[in-house]
Design a protein. Structure first.
Length: 308
C-alpha cells in the first residue's frame, strides 16, 4: 500500500449514533473506525502525554496493516517553540509512542500561527529528532521524573522514523523553506484550512502528509465529490512518483471526517491507488476478528531494549 486514508482522532461524542452505530460501546469505537479506514492520526498526544497502556491497546485493537500517525506535543511546538526541548522530547517518546511498534507511521509537528520561518530554529530542532525507533528508544530513556515507572523505552526492531511539519504563518511562503526541508528529510504537510493558513504543495521527502481541515469552513465543512476527486487526482499523481501518501480528515465538528475519508478511499480505489479495507464487522459485541497484542518485551536481545 502506498496511500493511507483516515481521520484525526476518533473519540468524538457527536459521532455516536451517527458514524458509530447506536449502542456501540465506547471501547469498540477504535476497532469500528479501523474496520473502515486504513489509518488514524493520534491527536490526544498533542494536548498531553499519553500512557504506554493506551498505545499498546490501540495497536492490539487494529488490523495488522493499520498505521497510526502521532502528533507531537504542543508543549514542544507551541510553548517551547522548538527550543530547549531535549527533556520534553524524551518524555514524548517515552510516553508510549514506541509501543505501537510496526504500526507507527509518521510523526506530525504542527507549528503555531505565531511562529514564523526561522531556518536556524528549524534546523536545530529537526536535526535533534530521532531518525529511527532505536534512536527514539535511546532518547526516551532520558525522560524526567514525570514518567518514572510508566515509561516505554524499548523496541523490537529498529525502523526508520518519518517526520512531517505543518506551518501556519505566511513567512513560510518562501522557496528557502521547502529547500531546507529537503535537506533535513522532513515532509511538508499539505494543509487545506479553508484559506486561513498557507497551503503548500512542495514535495520535500519520500512521502506526502495531507491534512484536510475543511474546504469552506475550518473543521466543519465537508468535501463534495468534485473536491474529493481533485484530491484523489493529486494523491494518484504523488503515488505514481513512488511517494507514500498519508491523508487525514480533521473536519470533525459536523461529523464529516469519517464519511469524507471513506468517500476518498472509494475514489482512490477507482483509480487503482489503493484497495478498500476489507475487515470483519464490528458490532456491539466483541470485534469478530482475533486480537493479537504485540509483545511488550523483546523475544531476543537487542540494543534498544528497555533497561529498568
Amino acid at each position: 500500500m502506498s496511500a493511507w486514508v483516515g481521520i484525526s482522532g476518533w473519540m468524538y461524542p457527536p459521532w455516536r449514533g451517527d458514524f458509530y452505530p447506536p449502542g456501540l460501546p465506547h471501547r469498540l469505537e477504535l476497532a469500528y473506525a479501523a474496520s473502515r479506514l486504513t489509518s488514524i492520526e493520534v491527536n490526544g498526544s498533542f494536548y498531553s502525554l499519553q500512557r504506554p497502556s493506551g498505545f499498546y491497546r490501540w495497536a492490539a485493537e487494529t488490523p495488522p496493516d493499520f498505521l497510526f500517525s502521532v502528533k507531537g506535543g504542543r508543549f514542544i511546538t507551541h510553548m517551547k517553540k522548538l527550543r530547549d526541548v531535549d527533556t520534553p522530547l524524551a518524555n514524548f517518546f517515552g510516553s508510549g509512542v514506541l509501543a505501537l511498534q510496526d504500526k507507527l507511521g509518521p510523526l506530525l509537528w504542527q507549528l503555531p500561527p505565531t511562529l514564523g520561518f526561522d531556518a536556524d530554529r528549524l534546523t536545530e530542532f529537526f536535526t535533534g529528532l530521532p531518525a529511527s525507533t532505536g534512536e527514539a528508544a535511546y532518547l526516551a530513556r532520558r525522560h524526567d521524573e514525570r514518567l518514572a515507572g510508566r515509561a516505554w523505552t524499548g523496541v523490537l526492531a529498529d525502523r526508520p522514523l518519518r517526520h512531517a511539519v505543518e506551518v501556519r504563518h505566511d513567512s513560510y511562503r518562501t522557496p528557502a523553506f521547502p529547500e531546507l526541508l529537503r535537506q533535513l528529510g522532513v515532509g511538508l504537510v499539505v494543509a487545506d484550512t479553508a484559506g486561513r493558513w498557507p497551503q503548500l504543495f512542495d514535495v520535500t521527502a519520500d512521502f506526502v502528509y495531507v491534512r484536510l481541515h475543511g474546504a469552506q469552513e475550518l473543521y466543519a465543512s465537508g468535501y463534495d465529490d468534485t473536491e474529493l476527486a481533485g484530491w484523489a487526482d493529486r494523491i494518484a499523481g504523488w503515488t505514481s512518483r513512488g511517494l507514500d501518501v498519508f491523508v487525514y480528515f480533521d473536519n470533525d465538528i459536523k461529523v464529516r471526517a469519517p464519511y469524507d475519508a471513506q468517500a476518498l478511499q472509494h475514489q482512490l480505489a477507482a483509480r487503482g491507488v489503493m484497495e478498500l479495507p476489507r475487515r470483519p464487522e464490528v458490532t456491539a459485541g466483541r470485534p469478530a476478528r482475533a486480537r493479537t497484542a504485540p509483545a511488550r518485551t523483546p523475544t531476543r536481545p537487542n540494543p534498544w531494549a528497555a533497561r529498568g
